[in-house]
Design a protein around this ligand. Structure first.
Ligand code: NDP
Length: 296
């Protein structure tokens, strides 16, 4: 067996073209463009690249973008003040606080301060609660991107054993919640999975991952998932982005897994482009939600 590559770049382009069309219709109807405000604290090089990519993607889709740079020694109160200003600004549809924040800034307090109606990352406890109840307002970008990619390759999750390695609030946990629900708005075939979440304390990890029809790795350890951990014919989704001396690598040992899996995502060009794309989707829907909230 040689796995088929899940081409995230191609799928992202396809979805971005659809979003661009919907943004154009929105602008025609409401006479303003949705806008994404990014808050970038400090000068972490990877964060600068991520924010720049998001700005470019916004431009391509006809979404306005604003970048609010703050010095690395900003206090929690200063970042909170910025978030409050953006919450109040009627020209801002969505707010993105680029993570990681400097250690001195209380990340949880800042994320909790983002208005749930502008929370395009879906990190606010209200939005997390709504996802958990199966009636999401926003879907978190990386897990949503993964489901969109599977859907467009006609890989359904209903009834499948899905094993997720990693339990972060950004990827692992929301991914598990979305797939374990009956339907989170993407069709029952793209939910209804039997989900197992693994983490650093999981015993005999390989025996658990071997049970997966769909294996999702969000660990942050280069080439951690090897071929012997994968069931023959499984679908393997690699969320990891690790900077190594050999360049960017995922959490999956790609060459080792290709002979075993039926489908696999590459790094780069797999999940990453979809994460950015779903941010555009959420910014557009945030603009719509705010219009609905003021009753126009
Ligand atoms: P976190 O560091 O927040 O979480 C990592 C998770 O992996 C934790 O739950 C941890 O377990 C688990 N883990 C770590 N080591 C092991 C191990 N040896 N065995 C089993 N589980 C382990 O990472 P994120 O979820 O934020 O990110 C994961 C990766 O995905 C990173 O490489 C990140 O850069 C990338 N990423 C990519 C995105 C994209 O768009 N492609 C978007 C977001 C992230 P425990 O909880 O016990 O510590």
């Amino acid at each position: 067996m040689s796995a088929e590559v899940l081409d995230g770049k191609r799928i992202a382009k396809e979805i971005q073209a659809e979003i661009k069309q919907r943004v154009a219709t929105f602008v025609e109807t409401h006479h303003f463009a949705p806008a994404l405000a990014a808050v970038l604290v400090g000068d972490d090089p990877a964060s600068q690249v991520y924010v720049r990519n998001k700005e470019r993607a916004c431009e391509r889709a006809g979404i306005k973008s604003q970048l609010h740079r703050m010095p690395a020694d900003s206090t929690t109160d200063e970042v909170l003040e910025k978030v409050r200003q953006l919450n109040e600004d009627p020209e801002v549809s969505g707010i993105l606080v680029q993570l990681p924040l400097p250690r001195e800034v209380d990340t949880q307090v800042v994320l909790d301060a983002v208005s749930p109606l502008k929370d395009v990352d879906a990190f606010h406890p209200r939005n997390v609660g709504l996802i958990s109840q199966g009636r999401p307002q926003f879907l978190p970008c990386t897990p949503h991107g993964i489901i969109q990619m599977l859907k467009r390759y006609q890989i359904h999750t209903q009834g499948k054993n899905v094993v997720i390695v990693g339990r972060s609030d950004i990827v692992g946990k929301p991914m598990a919640l979305m797939l374990a629900n009956r339907d989170i708005g993407l069709g029952p075939e793209m939910a209804n999975a039997t989900v197992t979440i693994c983490h650093s304390q999981t015993s005999d990890l390989g025996a658990v991952t071997q049970q997966a029809d769909i294996l999702i790795a969000a660990i942050g350890q280069p080439k951690f998932i090897t071929g012997d951990m994968v069931k023959l014919g499984a679908v393997v989704v690699d969320v990891g982005i690790n900077r190594t001396d050999d360049g960017l690598v995922g959490d999956v040992d790609y060459n080792d897994v290709v002979p075993v899996a039926s489908y696999v995502t590459p790094v780069p060009g797999g999940v990453g482009p979809l994460t950015v794309t779903m941010l555009l989707e959420n910014t557009l829907s945030a603009a719509g939600l705010q219009l609905a909230a003021v009753g126009s």
